[in-house]
Ligand binder design. Sequence first.
Ligand SMILES: Cc1cc2nc3c(=O)[nH]c(=O)nc-3n(C[C@H](O)[C@H](O)[C@H](O)COP(=O)(O)OP(=O)(O)OC[C@H]3O[C@@H](n4cnc5c(N)ncnc54)[C@H](O)[C@@H]3O)c2cc1C
Length: 393
Amino acid sequence: MRIVINGIGIAGPALAHWLAKSGHDVLLVEAAPSLRTAGYVVDFWGIGYDIVERMGLIDEIRALGYQVREVRIVDRNGRKKGGFDVDVFRRMTRGRFTTVRRSDISATMYRAIQGEVETIFGDSVASIDDHGDGVRVGFDHAAEREVDLVVGADGLHSRVRPLVFGPESDVETSLGYHVVAFEAGGHRPRDELVFVSHSLPGRQISRFSMRDDRTLFLFIFRDEYMDSATEEPKAVVSRVFRGAGWEWPKIEAELERATDIYFDRVSQIRMRRWTRGRTALVGDAAACVSLMAGEGTGLAIAEAYVLAGELHACRGDFATAFGRYEQRLMPFLAKKQQSATKFAASFAPKTPLGVQFRNQVTQLMRLPFVADLVIGRALRDDIVLPQYRLPSR
Ligand SMILES: Cc1cc2nc3c(=O)[nH]c(=O)nc-3n(C[C@H](O)[C@H](O)[C@H](O)COP(=O)(O)OP(=O)(O)OC[C@H]3O[C@@H](n4cnc5c(N)ncnc54)[C@H](O)[C@@H]3O)c2cc1C
């Protein structure tokens, strides 16, 4: 089949990988002018990890990743107030866990299919005319094409989704936070392999020291701190974290210099169907679990694998394949969303006492039964994926 995939993030290249290996004719379209190289880091484990291993790419991804040792929570004077040894995650995942730049996972998967898949950067699917026997796809720049299927792998704010399934406002559920992330070079101090966070009521700043003397900064704050939806990220962060103590003056100076800033609502996409006619959604476009799940990347890869696997197993009967794709994964994703929503409720407590209590709980994570109680359910993937007979490399 001729299949257009909109978006080269995580789900897009993962799906293109399996579809191309199965002999489909794939066109990947990405709005950005090239693959992104920076961005935030993600924790990576679970079914997504297993699938990337099947793709033959896990060693490469682990080599690019960080084996984080500690999550450390500090007060306004930099004194340790909470946190835990990340060995607890490694124990629970039997060492199948790494922390890696989202863009490195994306680039690794893309590199593995480069040359086998046609790619257009700096463009987007702009119209979808499903006429039953096929789909006429329009783009912002490229000429129209007649294809068999269209897949929206274009993230939380998908453009394919509203073209076929209706407005974003109908399917987006806010978890009550905003997030800002950016990288800086040469920042001091550094703490190798330690994720350091400073929590304030309703707000949290974190920094993570990366290779090549880069540091990632991550800010999460409750929606109450937003003045207006149109405020610029630099202005928001400066206002929300003013007087935060710890390393704030230095971090604010890095923020001033930053040129590539990620800024968004923390929300989920909850849909009744991920497919309609000849269009399917995958990854965040279909079922964003949000950063509160800490697993969106792996889940996007799993969705891509199942969609490609079902298309392969159903031998061109895309309607049956789409139905099975939804049946297999929708209940599982709904549970992941529920557990992320619960976690979000306690993520940034609103009062100093709440922050203190949360910090103490994190220190108890060294006890296996507490760790299991707090994150066990979120870490477990209660699903067995079919072993599709998909060629891997
Ligand atoms: C701060 C933060 C921390 C996170 N932490 C974790 C974590 O620890 N673990 C984890 O597993 N997940 C984490 N996630 C979630 C994870 O990043 C996502 O779930 C994952 O990236 C989803 O992949 P995707 O391919 O569906 O979407 P994306 O990765 O968002 O990729 C979508 C792609 O589509 C492109 N695109 C957008 N619009 C268009 C258009 N109109 N036309 C063409 N292309 C378009 C984008 O440029 C992008 O390349 C985190 C997310 C955030 C924001």
